[in-house]
Design a binder for this molecule. Structure first.
Ligand SMILES: C[S@@+](CC[C@H](N)C(=O)[O-])C[C@H]1O[C@@H](n2cnc3c(N)ncnc32)[C@H](O)[C@@H]1O
Length: 180
């Protein structure tokens, strides 16, 4: 039987899939023929971002990915996307420095990242707004509770873990809407 902590990991993955799917569905309601691009999953040479036809809009989403990149590279990518894809939306998960440090014991360890100093994490989502004048709006919601709130349905241990995610490691889903 899976441990309570192991089960929480499964809940986290389920929530982030649900969260990003909500954003994709919302975007497609307005732009039904938009390109939907999952960054960090199968974006190989044949599906390079610069080959995407975004004539009818585009929504980019990335989960569990930007922690592997240096902040300066994440910034350069976001700025380039905003410039190249006006009117598109970018959705991704983020956490604060404390959360990124914790990941050096798990996922990031496998990638050889032991010091998260230069790697992407977010203390305050509003700092993203200053990254590019092509950003129209930057917003964030709780990763575990912002889209489908499961708090009342979970065990006491998982309630505590949800508080940990929200308050101590600030796990959020960020949405950046590009101008245009
Ligand atoms: C923790 S997994 C998340 C996978 C998936 N997005 C999800 O939510 O389940 C991290 C992903 O980041 C991708 N990744 C890490 N470094 C990358 C890089 N430099 N370029 C492209 N993808 C990268 C890996 O291939 C892997 O699929």
């Amino acid at each position: 039987m899976e441990s309570g902590v192991g089960l929480f990991g499964t809940l986290e993955v389920a929530q982030r899939q649900y969260d990003t799917a909500c954003e994709v569905k919302d975007y497609l309601k307005v732009r039904p023929n938009a390109a939907v691009v999952n960054l960090g999953f199968d974006l190989n040479d044949e599906k390079r971002a610069d080959k995407i036809d975004a004539g009818e809009g585009a929504i980019f989403y990335a989960t569990g990915v930007f922690y592997y990149f240096k902040t300066k590279d994440v910034k350069a990518l976001f700025c380039r996307l905003a410039e190249r894809f006006p009117g598109a939306v970018l959705v991704f998960d983020a956490c604060n420095r404390r959360g990124a440090k914790m990941m050096t014991k798990t996922w990031l360890k496998e990638a050889g990242i032991s010091n998260v100093g230069a790697f992407f994490s977010l203390e305050d989502v509003t700092t993203l707004k200053s990254w590019s004048s092509d950003f129209k709006n930057v917003s964030a919601k709780s990763y575990m509770r912002g889209y489908r709130d499961i708090y009342k349905d979970v065990s006491f241990l998982h309630k505590l873990m949800i508080h940990f995610c929200d308050r101590l490691v600030k796990m959020i889903i960020v949405k950046i809407e590009f101008k245009g």
